[in-house]
Structures are given as C-alpha cells and as structure tokens.
Design a protein around this ligand. Structure first.
Ligand code: AMP
Length: 396
C-alpha cells in the first residue's frame, strides 16, 4: 500500500521532497520550458499549507557525478522565487554542513532547494550512505518525481529505507492514475502510436503493447528496421541492422495475436539529412538506394489519423519523423491533430516522451489531449508493465 501526501501531517516537520526539476536550459542558462516546475507546485503548496517546510531534492541533466556549474539548479531557485513568489533558500550542496545549517535555520513558509543530486556519483549508484546523509535533512519523505521514478537512485530508492513515513506526491499520483487506467481498464479500441529514432529503446514497450492494444502504429526512424525485416530497400535511412530479426519477431507476434501492427505505407525521403534537402514522397516499397527517410507520407497520415480518430484510448510516444526540421514535421503534427480530434470525440489521449510532448506544446495542444506526461522514460516503463522502483519503494 502507498500513502498519499493527503494522508500526511506535516506540521512543524521538515519534509524531504524528491521532485522532478530537470528543466531544459538554453546556452545562457535560461529555462526554456518550466512545465516540470509548474507541475511540482501543488505538492510544494500542500506541504506548506500543512505547516511543513519543503526541502526540495532534484537533479538536472547529466553532470556524471561531478560538480559542474552548467548543471546547477540555481536557475530553478530563481524561477521559484521570481516567477512563482516562493521564499527560497538555495543551498549549493545537497548534503553536508551547509545543507544541515539551511534546514536548521529554515522558517515556516520557506522552501529549501538543494543543489543537483547528481553532482555526487553516489546518487545514481543508489548508495546507502549518501541516502542516509540526505535522509538526515528531514523527518518525512515525499516522492513527487514521476519523471525519475523509473530509476533506482539514492534519493528515490535507498533513501526510503530511512523513513517510516513516506508518501506519494500529487504529480506522481496523477501520472500513475492516468497511465494506470489506460493500461488496466482501457476503453477500446486501444491504440498505441510509437515513434522516435530507434527500435532498441522501445522494443519492450512495443511487445507489451501488442498484448494490451488492438492497434500499434509505428513511425519515426525505427520504421526502417521494420521495412528491412519486410524485405524493402531503405537506402540511407536510419537502420539498426542488428535489430532486423527482432523486428521480424514483432511482426510475427502481432500476426499470431491477431493485432494490427500498422506501418507507414509511404515515406518522405530526402537526398541529405537537412531541412533544405530536396525531398519527395515515395511508397514504402520504393525507397531509392540513396534516399534518406525523414517523415511519414500523406497516405500514411490519412491512415494513421483514421485509426486514431476511431479509437477510445490512445497513447503516443515518439515523433513520426525528424520533426525538428520544419519540412519533416508534418507527420508528427498530424498525429497531434488526430489525438485532439480523438479527445473531442470522447477518447482518452495520453502523450509521453520529450519529443512528442514538445510537438504537442509547439502546437499549443496541451489542453486538447487528456494527459501530457512529465516522464518519457518512466511512462514507457510503466506501459511496459514494469513496476517503477520509485513507486515500489514507497510501499508500506
Ligand atoms: P527518441 O528519443 O527515440 O524518441 O527519438 C526522437 C528522435 O527521433 C527525434 O530527434 C527525431 O528527429 C528522430 N527521428 C524521427 N524520425 C526519424 C528518421 N526518419 N530518421 C532519423 N531520425 C528520426
């Protein structure tokens, strides 16, 4: 059983709160998308409203266990105070004397933000001693970091063994509810749309979704490995030669299970990997030897959109093409539009994964789908049917 933050009494307590503040920064250290901060605010507010002092623990980027100012959480502290009006004390370390002193001096109504946990290699190593040092800073533990819940890291897993009182925050609960309902009791037809660069990162989720969904739509760079498995020429498109047999297996599994594995019927191909390349649309079985597949074609868009619009539950992870280049973003944007129509028709639509979420945001479609997940990797692992280590660790 997992306790909700709503069950906790925090009055006068220091509440160690693991949050996901892994926001994108531009070259000058400005936050380019503050969604993850915004999504964390309800839990910070709940702790404060209940008389507790939130001690925020988070990571940013991949500093690989070394202190590196490029990955400092200082810009997040600034955003919390300047944009969101919190009284924030930023501590330039996440353990040790400076952190202990800040916690001891903290007053009610204040928020403490500790420096990037990943400045210590011990964080990703799920190190017990490091977790113990973090645990000294609070009397109660709350995890609200859905985006990191698939990682057994010290602030997520090892730390929970130091607390008898541990809770799931609002965001973590919201994500689990949406994804959980989609997986456990989907309204049917249930369709998954999987794209992105490589089959290797997503093969497990494709296999698992073939059990759960009626339709699995494949797009993005990974489609070419499937084409190769079907005996098509893929030219200079992205190909994982060592995964062709795996793709064959997936095709066979879908057939055996009577599921629709739907691949693009046409492809936008270019003569170089560049937005300014010359491009044309060809049938899936007519890719030339020097062509590079960049996006799904218009016949595929029509077909995919029809399946999506007719579905009652849709999960989408990964772009259909190289959507960072405007000339090859059409397929990805069309999927977002089809999801919006599906939502209007009463379907449940869930978007996860950094790039598909970015596409939905570029179109300002966040409100036109039911749920935009803050965790790409975590939502994929959840859909695979895996128990997330961060969720398991909260069990009492
Ligand atoms: P992932 O992180 O696996 O979801 O992959 C996202 C990336 O896949 C994006 O940066 C896309 O540009 C890339 N991608 C999508 N379609 C293709 C393609 N046809 N060829 C190369 N890269 C692609």
């Amino acid at each position: 059983m997992i306790h909700s933050i709503h069950d906790g009494y925090f009055s006068g307590k220091h509440v160690l709160l693991r949050v996901d503040l892994n926001v994108p920064l531009d070259k000058n250290g400005n936050i380019t998308d503050d969604t993850r901060i915004v999504e964390t605010l309800p839990t910070i507010d709940e702790v404060i409203d209940k008389g507790g002092i939130p001690i925020l623990m988070a990571h940013l980027g991949r500093p690989k266990g070394k202190r590196n100012p490029e990955f400092s959480l200082a810009p997040v502290a600034e955003a919390l105070s300047e944009h969101f009006g919190y009284k924030v004390t930023f501590v330039d370390d996440c353990i040790g004397e400076s952190a202990k002193k800040a916690v001891a001096d903290a007053e009610l109504g204040e928020v403490i933000l500790l420096e990037n946990l990943r400045f210590y290699a011990e964080e990703e190593a799920n190190d017990k001693d490091f977790a113990g040092k973090l645990a000294e800073l609070g009397e109660v533990y709350v995890n609200d970091a859905f985006g990191a819940a698939h990682r057994a890291h010290a602030s997520i897993e090892a730390i929970t063994h130091f607390f008898s009182e541990k809770y799931a925050g609002n965001l973590l609960q919201k994500e689990l509810q949406y994804l959980g309902r989609a997986v456990d009791e989907p309204r049917r037809p249930f369709t998954a749309v999987i794209g992105g660069a490589k089959i290797s990162g997503k093969i497990d989720v494709i296999q698992s979704l073939l059990d759960k969904c009626e339709n699995v739509i494949i797009g993005g760079g990974m489609m070419f490995t499937f084409y190769k498995a079907m005996g098509y020429e893929v030219g200079n498109s992205l190909l994982e030669a060592d995964k062709v047999d795996l793709a064959k297996e997936v095709i066979e599994t879908a057939k055996a299970k009577g599921k629709n594995l739907i691949l693009p019927v046409d492809v936008v191909v270019a003569d170089k990997f560049d937005n300014d390349a010359a491009f044309r649309t060809v049938n899936a079985d007519s890719i030339g030897a020097t062509d590079i597949g960049m996006d799904i074609g218009s016949a595929s868009i029509t077909k995919f959109a029809e399946v999506i619009r007719g579905s009652k539950t849709v999960v989408w992870n990964g772009p259909m093409g190289v959507f960072e280049m405007p000339n090859f973003a059409k397929g990805t944007f069309a999927i977002a539009e089809a999801l919006a129509v599906c939502t209007l028709n009463g379907g449940i639509t869930i978007v996860g994964g950094g790039d598909s979420v970015a596409a939905v945001k570029q179109m300002k479609f966040e409100k036109k789908v039911n749920h935009v997940s803050t965790g790409g990797g975590a939502s994929l692992e959840f859909l695979e049917g895996k128990v997330l280590p961060g969720v398991k660790a909260l069990e009492v």
